[in-house]
Design a protein around this ligand. Structure first.
Ligand SMILES: [Cu+2]
Length: 99
């Protein structure tokens, strides 16, 4: 199950979801927030593995991975990366993204 909502980067910033400074130009671009059902994560190590790999992708803003909930929440700039890329990174890390 994939839920997609649209929000502006400034909304995201206001919600304290990003920890770095943004410039005016980035503030007007759109961020997309998705919640992916991911199976195979067993512990905090798996969560960090997925999180670190996703955070290395240009355009990924925030990642919250939960092995308990079998869920990975990602906020990203769709002008810099795509859902397809995010799913690929998770898959390459050895986890299964449920359709
Ligand atoms: Cu693990």
């Amino acid at each position: 199950m994939i839920n997609i909502v649209f929000l502006t980067i400034s909304d995201v910033y206001a919600r304290h979801l990003i920890g770095f400074t943004i410039n005016k130009q980035e503030e007007v671009s759109m961020a997309e927030s998705i919640s992916l059902a991911v199976t195979g994560m067993k512990c905090g190590g798996c969560e960090s593995n997925v999180s670190m790999k996703l955070k290395d992708v240009e355009g990924v803003i925030t990642v919250v991975a939960s092995s308990k909930d079998n869920k990975v929440d990602v906020t990203f700039d769709p002008s810099k990366t795509a859902l397809k890329t995010i799913v690929q990174v998770i898959t390459d890390a050895g986890f299964l993204v449920e359709p």
